[in-house]
Design a protein around this ligand. Sequence first.
Ligand code: ADP
Ligand code: ZN
Ligand code: ZN
Length: 836
Amino acid sequence: MQSLEINQTSLYTEEITLFADVIVPVAVPNTFTYRVPREYAASITAGLRVIVQFGKTKVVTAVIARIHNKPPEKYQAKYILEVLDDAPLVNAKQIELFYWIADYYMCTVGEVLNIALPSGLKISSLSKVQFNPEFDQPALLTERETEIIEELKKHQSLNYDELARFAEVKNVYHIIKSLIQKKAVIVFEEVREKYTPKILKKIRLNHFYEDPSYLTALIGELEKSPKQLDVILNYLKFVPVLRTPELNKKGLEKNALTKANVSESSLSTLLKNGILEQFEVIVSRFEEDLDFVEAPTPVLSESQEKAFSEIMQSFQTKDTTLLHGITGSGKTEVYIKLIEQVLESGSQVLYLLPEIALTTQIVVRLRKVFGDKMGIYHSRFSDNERVEVWKGVVSGKFQFVVGVRSAVFLPFDNLGLIIVDEEHETSYKQFDPAPRYHARDVAVVIAHRQKAKVLLGSATPSIESFYNAKTERYGFVEMKERFGNTQLPDIELIDIKVARKQKLTKGDFSNLMLDTMGLNLEKKQQTILFQNRRGYSPYIQCEDCDTIAACPNCDVSLTYHYSNQELRCHYCGHHEPMSKTCQACGSTKLKTRGYGTEKLEEELQIFLPNAKIARMDLDTTRTKTAFQTLINEVESGAVDILVGTQMVSKGLDFEKVSLVCIFDADRMIHFPDFRSSERAFQMLTQVAGRAGRRGTQGKVLIQTNNPKQKILQQIIENDYLGLYQDEIKEREDFQYPPFTRIIKITLRHIDQPNAEKAAQALAQKLIEKLGTPRVLGPEKPLVERVRNQYLFEIMIKLEKTINLKGAKAFIAEQVQNIELSKDFKGVGIVVDVDCG
Ligand code: ADP
Ligand code: ZN
Ligand code: ZN
């Protein structure tokens, strides 16, 4: 890098020098000022990405926040090495938003930028570069680039330094930039899922026959060779070219024809004679699942129309409106009509969905209406795909994006509407790393800044949003009927304690639950069995000495996974082979305790040997397509019973699921957290809502040790209002949100006493100024040690009337004092605003 420094001085001129404050995507508190080389002076502007040297050896991509002519006082500004964009990829509204998020969620703007920008837009010395297997235009490359591409093909990927060494230049970003523009390489930050495109072999008619008269003539001619005619007729069955000639361009998967049992040799003959032609297309794995036919928007039902016009009316006076619609009321159709309307007016629309829901049926439905005008922004996507969406928003190709929480960072500048579906979902909150933002709340802020409207939708709204609606900060619209007037499912509780006493159980199931599943099977209906624990059993205990197998790095039991005979820690990922003997006393009497989805799946197969059972949890859906494949299997009827964790509760819509069984309701209800009732209500109501969504009323069975619990009664009666009233009173009495804001500070250290000392010192400082009712702790969390670090938590409750900025500045200062103090070396501190 030294030669650069020399170059830089030689560029110095006596004209006015411009400086750029840039945001570097790392966790340092400040922005940095760089000097703008003269060649860029005329075109430089905020929002452009630049390459700068950061620290002694690192080269990173940064974003310009501001241009000015004041040199920094405390250091000599280095030159910007290169400007990456011709036009800003980040707009002024976003930059403001990034600062707002950093401020509100108490992190650095660099951390925000780091999460906001897809890695494909951040070349740095930490980047890895991979050859793009989809690249098919070698003619575009210079000689130098071709050499580099050849080298890349020999490796999985190369990092910046390796490339620089190979190219024998100091600054290889020049070349990388050009290769990215030519789409010859993919840049990513760590070795994640590699981007491997899928190639489809397709067949179509020679375009000559798109003319109906030629096609008719061809069919007449082929009457002499019936086998060839059979191939053509089969093709036309799938692709009705006579009716819609354009369809021929997309062709048909070769597989579809061969599966239709046509003569392979006749197919070859037709190809040889040029009547049919073969071609290949590259499909992104996600797109392929969503191959769509545009369909007209469904006609809204009366209650949907009513909800639609009430929402429109509410938007006249309120920026945010809560749509409380029971499960199956058809909220999606209402959203679709709203989206269409806003798009017509020329504004942009963002539709946020929780992580899992986004991989499913809802997206397929939206695709049918909005076609490829709709961008999909998903964390399971490769960086390339995310970069395309980002650029598509800038260019106007995507006026409408459906995405997960990180889609709030996309470069919108003219939003008309943001929909936050399932607004109560916890996955809208990012826990790690910073910024620990809540996408729903950020959406409300963005909308406010862009004068857009927000629609929050849920069958089980968060207590906060409902409170906001009740107090008229938000508008409020209700949908109380299921589409098609199907009744909400009938929910019945099973007292598992009594069943056990009366010996009315088999394995871990009550007979009633098993028998009902059996009956449902006979009726050829489908069942969902819900248990919110994956693995076989959550712990293994020795019958002789009572020892429970625990993680060496965390204070939690290891979960037994049967399929690969492993014990695994769900906190740190530690795994070890399942041993046959107790690690404490050597006894062979090990017992599995508790029930995970894997165990229930196994037991069910024994009791219902004829049932086709599938399992949906984190372990069975690791690959990009596994989730969709499972859904297809359920839709096609290849599965009778779907066993799953909370994944089965989110947004799924299966016609034939008429029974939902909840194996254990109690664990959720008794989780020690002020939100546990709210969460239990949401989770159980959502799962129950999967039953009987079309036509006949569904049935839900819930096993519990205590059927008298009030919350279970509220769930049975779908008494959200009752739940809300109980909760809001408790929140007020104990000063929890929405009456306060909670900031949670977690301190960690490998030695417990050190972690505790630091936590106490911090708590004391906080209490001195904020007082005890506001500051709680330090306390040990439920799991005291994670990844070999001991944890302590301090909870701060700030009432809504406090000067929030001042309070946060004070807290940040105290945190920093601890971080800088020699006494507390090695103590890590995490600040989480509006936690959980
Ligand atoms: P929610 O999200 O409110 O739980 P959905 O939007 O998933 O409900 O709708 C439930 C089911 O009813 C879906 O299968 C959907 O296709 C169907 N549906 C809803 N509204 C209509 C409509 N207007 N016309 C046809 N089908 C509809
Ligand atoms: Zn033992
Ligand atoms: Zn662990």
